[in-house]
Design a protein around this ligand. Structure first.
Ligand code: CTP
Length: 417
């Protein structure tokens, strides 16, 4: 079978599809059909309850391989260690739909069926697609389980909003098979550091990203700063470059490798970052992920300050607000995205910053142990000037970067090249 064009990158790939017992299991037929059309080799695993919603015969016929429903060989052909070998065989393991029960088992490390046992053993990247009634989804237990899966490094695709099996309307629907296909494609591209040509949606777009902290020197050996690692900004620069953008990354001191195809400009102070940003202010999209110091010492001593016998008073001045300055001289059609790191009243503060600094979008980041400075994961809320507010679950910074780019470029006022 020849691979369909948009998914050419998937051809010959091994995909494990785990189906658990929810009404959205019917969508797995279409997902398997698309995966087969893209030229992948698909092995379906089902939990015992999944076969109450859809038969193994149906999925076995569409996938062209017998569906596995049992860990033990007497029930089906094969070795009893296949839950180990399958996780090594697969390029990606997709669990769609993932019910509340399956999420809970995976979060807890339970392995009482072929799906959960294979998930526990899998070496390949996992894409988990929760689907359930909204009341079950928002329960703290389910949210905690989703967070746990993210901290294990799995990708979690947030369920969408719409009509649910209960007859209610809310969040909990399994994303459409095409969207899941797109995410599989991104995971495979990320794994090999490239992107499917069909997903180079930022070709001919100039993107400016700021990242990391700034340092405001007191003297040659001391400075005021913050613990920003730069990971979020670097992930954004990397994702934008992979999608074809011409990316300039202006960063304060950060111990991270420059992503491929990204022009990096190192700066130290807020003042230097301001000047570098202004020199590149013609970009089509500006994403200000840097944690810019708001205050700097009034004077920087040229020699190390020697201690005296009493206290020392440090007089501080405001640094330039780079975002504010930028929006005052905003290039035509430029999309301006800021970040807000907050410890309390996050939404109120983010809405105010969005408005006061005349941004198109703001990414709110609440400081917690798993989200914020120096972490691998982030839990963000996206807000835009049209009142769109979207709280996302905990996810890796790399995934958050993809979603931020998806959202900001899907607006109707996308900047022209
Ligand atoms: N920012 C900036 N220049 C500054 C301070 C912040 O460009 N001197 C940018 C940040 O990069 C971020 C946004 O403004 O995109 C919001 O930064 P944040 O520090 O959260 O907000 P502040 O405006 O500094 O407000 P406050 O410190 O009072 O929370």
């Amino acid at each position: 079978m020849t691979a369909s064009k948009p998914y050419a990158e998937l051809r010959g790939r091994h995909i494990l599809l785990g189906v658990s017992g929810g009404i959205a299991a019917y969508k797995s037929v279409e997902l398997v059909r698309l995966l087969k059309k893209a030229g992948t080799d698909v092995q379906v695993l089902m939990t015992p309850d999944a076969s109450r919603f859809i038969t193994p015969l149906t999925l076995g016929t569409v996938s062209g391989r017998p569906v596995l429903t049992d860990i033990f060989p007497e029930a089906e052909d094969g070795s009893w260690t296949r839950h180990i070998s399958l996780g090594r065989w697969a390029d990606v393991f997709v669990i769609a739909p993932a019910t509340a029960q399956t999420l809970a088992k995976m979060a807890g490390g339970f392995c009482d069926n072929i799906l959960t046992a294979t998930a526990l053993a899998a070496r390949c990247p996992l894409l988990v697609c929760p689907a359930m009634d909204e009341d079950m989804l928002v329960h703290p237990a389910t949210q905690r389980n989703i967070d746990a899966l993210c901290t294990y490094g799995h990708s979690v695709m947030p369920p969408t909003y719409g009509s649910l099996a209960s007859g209610l309307v809310g969040q909990g629907r399994l994303p459409e098979p095409e969207e899941i296909m797109q995410r599989i494609l991104e995971m495979i591209a990320a794994d090999k550091g490239g992107a499917d040509p069909a997903h180079r949606d930022l070709e001919n777009i100039r993107v400016l990203v700021t990242a990391g902290p700034t340092r405001e020197h007191v003297d040659p050996v001391r400075f005021l700063s913050n613990p920003s690692s730069g990971k979020m900004g670097f992930a954004l620069a990397e994702a934008a470059a992979r999608r074809g953008a011409a990316v300039t990354l202006i960063c304060g001191p950060a111990h991270l490798d420059t992503p491929p195809h990204v022009e990096r400009i190192n700066v130290e102070s807020a003042e230097e970052m301001h000047d570098a940003v202004m020199a590149h202010r013609e970009a089509n999209i500006v994403i200000m992920a840097a944690a810019v110091a708001d205050y700097a010492p009034m004077e920087r001593a040229t020699q190390k300050i020697k201690k005296g016998s009493g206290n020392m008073v440090l007089h501080l001045r405001r640094t330039p607000d780079i975002l504010y300055a930028l929006q005052q001289r905003r290039a035509e059609g430029q999309l301006l995205v800021g970040f807000a790191m907050e410890t309390s009243e996050g939404l109120e503060n983010a809405r105010k910053k969005l408005h006061d600094k005349n941004m198109d979008w703001i990414v709110l980041n609440m400081l917690t142990a798993e989200s914020g400075f120096e972490t691998e994961t982030n839990r963000i809320t996206l807000l835009n000037r049209n009142g769109h507010e979207e709280a996302l679950p905990m996810m890796s910074k790399r995934e958050a970067a993809e979603i931020i780019l998806d959202r900001i470029t899907s607006t109707s006022d996308r900047p022209a090249a």
